[in-house]
Write a protein that binds this ligand. Structure first.
Ligand SMILES: [Fe+2]
Length: 363
């Protein structure tokens, strides 16, 4: 099959994100014979960063956590695992609010008609409230995590993060601890970022080269320096919507970076240390801070050896002490890493409150 067909994702108009109808999938074995990542690029206006699905080996077969688009290539890579490790028995859609994780779920469920589908509670659609079956979720084999039970609880621990009420619906994430490997799977709650660039972007560096320029007139010639710069800027964009250091908006080439933006990247990366995702810190948890601390403490009670988020680096070495330290820093209300970068998120937050789209923050 030609690459164009193997990477085709016909449902992309549901959520028109770069790279639209073509989406390459990379499979990485994170823990031999136990845990695999499936990565695809996803983004808006060439701010493309990888999104990750995880496949976990259970006694009964495979569990897919946070499905990505089931392109022919992606399905082929899953079928290869099935041949060696058993069928996909369970598909988990772990978030109520992360649309980027939701859009591919019904198609993935259709690709595995024998699998049970478990979804996070509080699913909502925007702008209209629609029942799950209208969104393509198969009613007969879809169940709601925590409300209708928890799958494979002899091998997995399930940890709810939320719900946090937001305007259109709640924020909620179901994290999963895989006892056999000491792996904590999270969706959007925690991230780790460093200068290590995702392989997908090394293979298709166009987004890096686009953002690695100082002006639209500059050529997108490929060189290490431009890739490094482009990656750091992509990180700032995807973590902060619009970073502090971006100065002006142009038509064709929208971004001009002020001096000092590199320090902003260093502030967020800290060489890949695990942290609460900045966007959650500002938009979701100002209202219910205790929920995040509580979740971190409950995670810390488990014998965690690594955390595997759906975005940026994975796996990230971490243990109870790491998670407890995060909980304590969170509770102390340490100034968020990104300081001034968060101003845009704060403005957005205030605006959402003014519009009545989210409840007012706790004082
Ligand atoms: Fe996400």
């Amino acid at each position: 099959m030609q690459a164009r067909h193997r990477e085709y994702w016909g449902w992309w108009p549901l959520l028109p994100l770069y790279p639209y109808g073509r989406r390459r999938t990379l499979r990485r074995e994170l823990l031999a014979g136990q845990l695999w990542a499936f990565e695809q690029l996803q983004g808006v206006f060439a701010v493309a960063v990888p999104i990750r699905m995880l496949a976990v080996k259970l006694r009964q077969g495979l569990l897919l956590y946070a499905p990505v688009a089931p392109t022919p290539e992606c399905l082929e890579l899953i079928r290869e695992l099935e041949a060696n490790h058993g069928p996909v028995v369970t598909i988990v859609h772990p978030t109520a609010s992360g649309l980027e994780h939701k859009v591919a779920v019904p198609a993935m469920a259709r690709a595995f008609p024998g699998a049970e589908l478990w979804v996070a509670p509080g699913q909502w659609s925007f702008p209209l409230r629609l029942p799950l079956s209208w969104l393509g979720f198969p009613a007969s084999r879809t169940r709601v995590l925590f409300e209708q039970g928890l799958p494979h609880s002899d091998q997995l621990d399930w940890l709810p993060l939320g719900p946090v009420p937001l305007g259109p619906g709640p924020f909620f994430e179901a994290s999963l601890f895989h006892r056999a490997t000491g792996s904590l799977l999270v969706t959007d709650g925690l991230i780790a970022v460093s200068d290590r660039r995702p392989e997908l972007l090394e293979l298709d560096p166009r987004p890096l080269l686009f953002h690695g320029r100082e002006s639209g007139a500059e050529a997108m010639d490929d060189c290490e320096e431009r890739r490094v710069k482009g990656w750091r800027r992509l990180v700032l964009f995807s973590c902060y919507l619009r970073p502090r250091a971006v100065e002006q908006v142009f038509n064709r080439f929208p971004f001009r970076w002020r001096p000092g933006w590199q320090r902003d990247f260093e502030a967020i990366s800290r060489q890949g240390a695990l942290q609460v995702a900045p966007i959650l810190e500002e938009l979701v948890f100002p209202r219910h801070r205790y929920l995040m601390a509580d979740w971190l403490r409950r995670c810390a009670q488990l014998p965690v050896q690594q955390v595997i988020p759906a975005h940026f680096e994975a796996p990230v070495a971490a243990n109870s002490a790491t998670l407890l330290a995060l909980a304590e820093a969170w509770q102390r209300g340490d100034e968020p890493l990104g300081g001034e970068n968060l101003s845009l998120l704060r403005q957005l937050n205030t605006r959402l409150e003014q519009l009545g789209l989210v409840p007012m923050g706790e004082s």
